[in-house]
Design a binder for this molecule. Structure first.
Ligand code: IPD
Ligand code: CA
Ligand code: CA
Ligand code: CA
Length: 263
């Protein structure tokens, strides 16, 4: 099936799932802790992942699935067609704010992102990317507002643990920038970079499902995204990540190379 046709199907699933979340988040939410009191999962995270798995198994039987909540079989390699799902990105925001969370689905073939959707549910912002076919926001073709800007001319996003520990002296980056913004959802951080609202984002530990969908848009727009070391993202394992416009990405990399042996 053509990627465009697949993308239309995925978009319908996402709107259906988003309506389910909006209808149920006020009254039907049960919250559990996973690894610690800040690592939450709700029945709605699990229901949303199950819904996507059922759709994939029905429409595209035999294709691999990697989902954050592990609601079924998982892949052991990225060979062939693979779906990477974060049913609710920003679960803490979902629980505590009922706002600022995203549904994210990526479709990969042999380890290469082909389709990525990041949907900011409450803002109703649908970021859609198809490899070699550009990026759309809410159905409209999207191009970057500018090709590049220095860190001194914009806002940046740095994961709070990097800032609190001042890993790689990351606080220096905040001083150089116009300011810091943190959204609590990797997907919303990537939408913000895509829109040029922030110039870059870094996190020490993003899972494949945190970046798979957004990575398709980032690549398609010619923005920079790698592990902190400069290595390509590993979509089977957690990654320390730099993403951004070229100058800010280079500035992050320089900071990392300067201080990596001193942490
Ligand atoms: C989390 C969010 C958060 C990021 C964490 C992720 P989740 O995803 O994207 O912004 O800092 O690393 O785990 O668990 O809410 O889907
Ligand atoms: Ca989670
Ligand atoms: Ca996530
Ligand atoms: Ca999640």
């Amino acid at each position: 099936m053509q990627l465009e046709k697949r993308a239309e199907i995925i978009k319908d699933w996402i709107y259906t799932a988003a309506n389910h979340l909006k209808e149920n988040m006020a009254s039907q939410m049960t919250v559990e802790e996973k690894s610690n009191r800040k690592d939450l999962v709700t029945n709605l995270d699990k229901e949303t992942e199950m819904f996507f798995r059922e759709q994939i198994e029905h429409h595209f039987p035999g294709e691999g699935i990697l989902g954050e909540e592990h609601m079924g079989e998982t892949i052991t390699s990225l060979d062939g067609p693979v779906w990477i799902i974060d049913p609710i990105d920003g679960t803490a925001n979902f629980v505590l704010q009922h706002n600022h969370f995203a549904i994210m689905i990526a479709y990969f073939e042999d380890g290469v992102g082909q389709i990525g959707f990041v949907y900011d549910v409450m803002a109703d912002t649908m970021l859609e990317a198809i490899k070699d076919n550009g990026v759309k926001i809410n159905g409209q073709s999207y191009t970057l507002p500018f090709r590049d800007k220095p860190i001194s001319d914009g806002l940046i996003a740095i994961n709070s643990s990097l800032l609190l520990d001042n890993t790689y002296h990351m606080q220096e980056m905040v001083q150089e920038a116009m300011g810091l913004r943190l959204y609590g959802s990797a997907g919303l951080e990537l939408i913000s970079v895509v829109k040029g609202e922030t110039l870059g984002y870094t996190s020490p530990h993003l899972q494949p499902w945190d970046i798979a969908a957004g990575s398709v848009a980032i690549n398609e727009l010619g923005l920079c995204l790698t592990q902190m070391s400069g290595e390509p993202i590993d979509f089977m394992n957690p990654n320390p990540v730099f993403v951004g416009y070229p100058s800010v990405y280079k500035r992050f990399r320089k900071q990392y190379e300067t201080y990596k042996t001193m942490n």
